[in-house]
Structures are given as structure tokens and as C-alpha cells.
Design a protein around this ligand. Sequence first.
Ligand code: HBI
Length: 366
Amino acid sequence: MATTTSPNKSLKLLFVSNPIGPLGSGLGGGVELTLRNIATELHQRGHSIKIVATKGSTAWGRPLVEIAGAPQISAQTQGRDAPVIIPASSVLANLWDYVRQVQNDYDLIFNFAYDWLPFYLTPFFTCPVAHLVSMGSLTEAMDQIIEQVATRFPGTIGVHSHAQAATFAFADRCRCLGNGIDLSVYDFCAEPASWVGWVGRIAPEKGLEDAVAASQITGISMKIMGFLENEAYWQQILRDYPNAPVEYEGFLSTTELQQRLRQCRSLLMTPRWVEAFGNVAIEALACGVPVIAYRRGGPAEIVEDGKTGFLVEPDSVAGLVEAMGKLDQIERHVCRQRVEAQYSAKAMGDRIEQWFLDILSGRQSS
Ligand code: HBI
């Protein structure tokens, strides 16, 4: 139901997770960390949060409803003309049937799924729905259904970066939210180890092979951390770069990840696609780790070239190698300061809270 809200009113919020895997499994990539951080921050501000997610999820202490069912195919493995596929016993369908049943208990529903169904169902709900779109344009079907919501419910489409918004025809109707992390989890490290780091889902769109190539050329060791999504892709990289001093450290928890990340000389980000944001960029900077990133997507809006890292010509291994030779120019404490100013959980909480209040009051702002 619509409510008139004042900034200090506690909102009753239902967070609906993504349908590709349980929260805490890593299958949901950056969107898991985003959901966790927003839920924690808004709870601390006095809002009441409930999370509905795939069976087997963790909700980091927040009230959780677990829903069983078959997962969706990962959206980025689909082609632009991919049809919308809903498997039998679809967990996505079951999630949103639950949401329909309980919608009157909430002021606002917050969707984290990059899937057709929640957008299609939005007009069928009486409770307002806010959508956090976690990736850039991937398929015609998704572009069309998100645009339909952006048109019918102005101001309810949230994105992480201007670069991500620019991949959609309705870029000017997206609300740019950036992202945010709980800085108390990330300890600043002034004296790094000699090695560099690479963090992310190990899949072709993340361009890991370029970072491995740069490690082989420079002889600088590299620690690789993240969810091994595509084994064949990883094995091919090992065959192509047999002498690269690289080590796969597995999919680590946030705490374990930051313990390794903070020691890095630098983080390398080599996205082939328009990374919507690049959470790991702010996680690294929060520890004082400079980021060397292709000038593409979200990381290009986070890294300040020459100040908190280097922005490199996309897909240029030589560019990565050159930047790796200039890391002494970067002051590690400046990296931490930039995150404290723009990407703390508080800064993100302010942006999300204002977004919700604007939706509930029918106000619009970019
Ligand atoms: N695929 N179908 C689908 N739905 C999602 O919500 C989804 C996805 N692939 C990747 C993904 N979410 C997240 O890893 C990114 O949004 C970060």
C-alpha cells in the first residue's frame, strides 16, 4: 500500500534475492554482497527488512524466508535474442508468488533479480517495487521489460553506474546508486606483499587471461580469488600461460578475501563486458590497494587514474604491464580515503534510503 513517509519513518521492506543460487554460495556474484550490505545498513537505520531467497541461503542475521525450486539460467550466458525461459518448479516463480501473497505487509518490495518475471509482474502488484538492475544490457527481452517498468513506474529502476545505464536505451530513466561496503570489514594495509591480485567469477566475460598474461610477462606473482564458474575456461588459461606465476586461492568469504586482498601490491580488473560496477574495486581501495582496470564500465568511474590506480586501454595487456610498473606513484592511504568519502555503507545507505523515499512519495530525481 502507498504510505506517506518522513525520513525518520521506519519502512517495512521485503528484499527479493536473485534466482540463480542461495545467498552465500557465490553463485549470485556481486549482487549477494550488495544485498547483504544494503540490508545491514538499512536495518541499522531502524527499517525492518525481510529477505526472501533460494533455499539454503544465509541472510547474515536478517529475517529470512527460504523458497525451493529450480534456478534460472545465468543471464550473461544467454545471447541477445534469448527467449525467456522458466523451468518447471521455477524458484523465480515461487519467489514472486510468495511476494504476491505477503505484499500487503510491506511498504516496498526490493528486487535484486536480473530476470524478466519480476519486471513483468510489477504492474500486477499493489505494493511499490524498486528494482536494482545488477548488470548492463544483455538481451532484447530484458531490455524491453525493464524499459516498460521505467516508463510505467518512473524512478523505480536503480543501477550501479552511468556506464551501466548507458548500455540501455532508457539510460536517462535509471537512478545511479553506485554501491557501498561496510568499511569496518576492510583493514588498511600500508606495506603490501610483492604480488598482485585478481578477484571475480572465473568466466570469459571477466577477461582473466589478460591478467595472467601480464603476470607471465612481468614475472609478478598473482593470486586469483573467486568463484570458479567455468572450469574449461580456467584450464585453457593454464594451458596458454604455463609459466605464469599465478595461484588460484578459491572462492573466499568476505573476511578471508579482504585478508588476502589487503596485502596486494595492486588489484587487476580486466572485464571484457561493461561491468555494472565492480564491487571488488572498492573492496581493494578500502584496504589501500591501488586498482589497475580497463577503462570500461563501472571500474572506470571508481578508479581515479594516477590517484587511486590506473585506467588502461581496454583489452591491452601491454597497458596492464605498463601500469604495473608505475604503482609507486600511488599513495595507498588516498585509495582508502576515496572509498570512505563515496562508497561506504553509510554513503550507499543514504542513496538507497532517499531512493525509496522518492519512490514512495512519487518524487523523481535522477
Ligand atoms: N542471471 N538469470 C539471472 N538472474 C540474476 O539475477 C543474475 C544472473 N546472472 C548473474 C547475476 N545475477 C549476478 O552475478 C550479477 O548480477 C552480479
